[in-house]
Design a protein around this ligand. Structure first.
Ligand SMILES: NC(=O)C1=CN([C@@H]2O[C@H](COP(=O)(O)OP(=O)(O)OC[C@H]3O[C@@H](n4cnc5c(N)ncnc54)[C@H](O)[C@@H]3O)[C@@H](O)[C@H]2O)C=CC1
Ligand SMILES: O=C1C[C@@](O)(C(=O)O)C[C@@H](O)[C@@H]1O
Length: 291
């Protein structure tokens, strides 16, 4: 990896990105590294630009001198057809959240999936991955599922309120990771699945400040289960509190949020950022905003 320029202009393109914590996290790390690093949210909704115009928006960003952009909801899939090259991991997943504007064209990566994987190995080292349940088959759940399977998960069960969505994700994952066993199940089967699982990852919006609660019966948690949440507002979700009380090893959603930014920063600058410093910045900002 080589640094392409001494200054960096980066954007976050999506709808409702104004309150995102990612721009400040990148800029604080840029400052700490002595870089001239500017990162701005570009809210398509506020600009009244339809998400399917993402190709044009990328062209404008490039022409206006941006070096890279993160791309988020609802453009992570539709952006693929507007790129010159796509990193194999992002290609396999069918979703891109980081686009680099290089001399050789636009290049897409997915740091949601690499970020979850890095956060997982850092936060739950040596966690058993034989049998894992994933609750939530949306965009973030898909990035998590691919990460778990790349990390060596042997049997993954996908659960979602939308059973068709869980089934179609399980089918796609089976095609992408033929060595693993991937299936779909329903919420009422969790009482059978969780007692025999090594871990569970929660990837629905339940537990966010605006959607309080736990997506499943917390009485199913047991001390032999590791429990990961990807919700990070708040960091200490009701599910993680119940998991602590049940004696489980836990991983909060801040790890994925920080490591998607760590991996993107490295791709954009060619410099390995200080992940601990970025994590401290992120956690402080989450706490400040909660006050
Ligand atoms: N830590 C991180 O870096 C990130 C965290 N997130 C978190 O992940 C959550 C999900 O994000 P996306 O996948 O983008 O959303 P999404 O809307 O694409 O998918 C959510 C999925 O959860 C399912 N669902 C909703 N309520 C449910 C419930 N009570 N029980 C079971 N399934 C339910 C839906 O049917 C849907 O399939 C976000 O709300 C956010 O809190 C999202 C992106 C990054
Ligand atoms: O989906 C997300 C979350 C994000 O949009 C944010 O606002 O922090 C930043 C994106 O890079 C990432 O892919």
């Amino acid at each position: 990896m080589t640094t392409r320029t001494s200054s960096h202009l980066v954007g976050l393109i999506g709808t409702g990105v104004g309150p995102s914590l990612t721009p400040a996290m990148h800029m604080a790390e840029g400052r700490a590294q002595g870089l001239d690093y500017v990162y701005r949210p570009i809210d398509l909704a506020a600009l009244d630009i339809a998400p399917d115009r993402i190709g044009e928006v990328l062209g404008w960003a490039r022409a206006l001198g941006f070096d890279a952009v993160n791309v988020t909801h609802p453009c992570k899939q539709i952006v693929l057809r507007h790129l010159d090259r796509i990193d194999p991991v992002a290609q396999q997943l069918g979703a891109v959240n980081t686009v680099l504007f290089t001399d050789d064209g636009t290049v897409g990566h997915n740091t949601d999936t690499t970020g979850f994987a890095h956060g997982f190995t850092e936060g739950l080292p040596d966690a058993d991955l034989d049998t894992v349940v994933l609750i939530g088959a949306g965009g973030a759940g898909t990035a998590v599922a691919d990460a778990l399977l790349r990390l060596g998960c042997r049997h993954l069960t996908v659960v979602d309120l939308d059973v068709d969505r869980a089934s179609s994700l399980a089918r796609e994952l089976t095609q992408r990771h033929p060595a693993a066993q991937v299936d779909a199940s329903s919420f009422d089967k969790l009482s059978v699945l969780l007692p025999d699982s090594d871990g569970v990852v929660h990837a629905t919006p339940t537990g966010m400040a605006e959607h309080p609660g736990v997506a499943f019966d917390p009485a199913l948690l047991h001390p032999d289960l590791w429990v990961a949440d990807i919700v990070y507002r708040p960091l200490d979700t009701e599910m993680l509190q119940a998991a602590h009380a049940a004696g489980c090893r836990t991983l909060d959603g801040g790890r994925m949020a920080v490591h998607q930014a760590v991996d993107a920063f490295a791709l954009i600058t060619g410099i390995s950022p200080d992940a601990d410093r970025m994590s401290r910045h992120f956690r402080q900002t989450v706490e400040n905003r909660a006050r």
